[in-house]
Design a protein around this ligand. Structure first.
Ligand SMILES: Nc1ncnc2c1ncn2[C@@H]1O[C@H](COP(=O)(O)OP(=O)(O)OP(=O)(O)O)[C@@H](O)[C@H]1O
Ligand SMILES: [Mg+2]
Length: 416
């Protein structure tokens, strides 16, 4: 009998296709659960149970019922919204996985900070401030500071503030964002934002996996465009890092410490770190792999991709953790330049002609409503490049980006 893999695929993820294709290559029976029925039928027409990932205990009860007739050997969440449900399901089924507590910390920026503090990891000052009543705690805040919702992704709602007036304005904006997402007044009254000290310097993202009890790092990505606020739109990720060797070593050591502090014991992680010549400071940690369509940038020497490695590990089929291809590689994540309806991306052929560019993917659909940060979180597209040096990859990405012109017509949400 083949082992059965249960993939948890949130409807809003960019990562469904990559994971489903990787799973279809493996000698496994596949079950895919999503929060909406049949949204993935075009990729995998059978076995599509519906789980509500926001209710992990319910999801676990459903998985338990499914496992009675179809025994499950591994459960993998393909993105943030399902990582906690995956951990709770794994606990219910007795499968090796991250503990649910650790995943809870990885999806809540305050819990993560608390765990890192307990492990004596150097961090910025941080405090929780009630969303409904910022005035209550603002006296303790040292500027510049960064305001962030506890669990939104893609830098949504994250803002730098340099004064009490900006802080108040940031709270209004996040409140409007949370309201637009359907939060009720009582939920808003009970919720908090994290306000933490602004850490100056460079920023990197670290991609890896905890396998056989050890954190293995695949890649350290530089983010060459400065991220100084007030909003923090990510543009490029380029690996290998051009930081001095001593800084990369600090990043590697800190990553392992952060993963341990949060309590992650199995599967992929994505850690973000800022620093300068003297120190490295954690910004956040996720129990999932790189977001958007960016995983295409990670390619292993044995020809496998990131999803192949994550699924092989979950099924106990990984063996030694392979190294990634040594060539420099990078991705540009394109966000909408303005609020409105996406019509088309012009210049794709010209961007693809740039030496070093491997692929340009238009991710937005015609008619789709897009917003820039701090409110928006959808991408218009992705550019992928490879080359002999990170400098060369950066040049390819910048040249290609300059040739792309997203057509977005100004519009308000809901307006056709
Ligand atoms: N304390 C800080 N000091 C300086 N910059 C910060 C700080 N916290 C966050 N940022 C900036 O804001 C960005 C987004 O913050 P964070 O990573 O915590 O939120 P996020 O929404 O989870 O982002 P994503 O999901 O895209 O990784 C960071 O990548 C960083 O550039
Ligand atoms: Mg982040």
């Amino acid at each position: 009998m083949k082992p059965r893999l249960l993939l948890l695929v949130p409807t809003s993820t960019y990562r469904a296709e990559a994971f489903i294709r990787a799973a279809q290559k493996l000698p496994v029976d596949l079950s895919i659960a999503s929060e909406a029925p049949n949204s993935l039928a075009h990729l995998h027409p059978v076995d599509l149970p519906t789980f509500d990932f926001s209710r992990p205990a319910d999801a676990a009860a459903r998985a338990y019922a499914l496992a009675r007739s179809h025994p499950i050997h591994a459960v993998v969440a393909v993105d943030d919204q399902a990582t906690l449900a995956a951990a709770v399901i794994a606990e219910a089924l007795g499968l090796p996985h991250n503990p649910a507590d650790a995943v809870r910390a990885s999806i809540n920026k305050f819990f993560a900070r608390e765990r890192m503090r307990a492990a004596r990891i150097e961090q910025p000052r941080y405090t929780l401030v009630p969303l409904g009543n910022p005035a209550a705690s603002v006296r303790d805040i040292v500027y510049p500071a960064v305001v962030k919702p506890l669990s939104m992704a893609a830098s949504r709602g994250v803002m730098r503030v340099d004064s009490p007036v900006q802080l108040e304005d940031a709270f209004h904006r996040v409140r409007a964002l949370v309201e637009a997402n359907g939060a009720r007044a009582d939920e808003i009254a009970r919720s908090n934002l994290l306000v933490e000290g602004y850490v100056p310097g460079w920023e990197v993202a670290v991609e890896g996996i905890v396998a056989k009890g050890r954190a293995h790092i695949f890649a350290v990505f530089d983010k060459p465009d400065p991220l100084e606020g007030p909003y923090f739109p990510e543009t490029m990720y380029i690996t290998p890092s051009r930081l001095p060797w001593a800084a990369v070593e600090r990043v590697v050591r800190l990553t392992a410490a952060v993963v341990r502090a949060v309590g992650l014991t199995h599967g992929p992680f994505h850690v973000e770190i800022r620093g300068d010549d003297t120190r490295a400071v954690p910004i956040e940690v996720h129990a999932r792999s790189i977001g958007g369509l960016c995983s295409r940038v990670v390619r292993f020497e044995d020809g496998r991709n990131l999803e192949d490695i994550i699924l092989a590990d979950a099924l106990g089929l990984l063996g030694d953790v392979p190294a990634i291809e040594p060539r420099a590689a990078g991705v540009w994540m394109m966000q909408s330049p303005r609020r409105g309806r996406f019509e088309a991306m012009n210049g794709v052929a010209a961007a693809c002609d740039v030496p070093g560019v491997e692929e340009v993917i238009v991710a937005a659909r015609p008619g789709q409503y897009l917003e820039p940060l701090p409110e928006g979180f959808l991408y218009t597209g992705f550019i992928f490049a490879r080359g002999d040096s990170p400098q060369g990859v950066e040049h390819s990405l910048r040249t290609a980006f300059a040739r792309l012109l997203p057509v977005v017509h100004e519009a308000e949400a809901g307006a056709a």
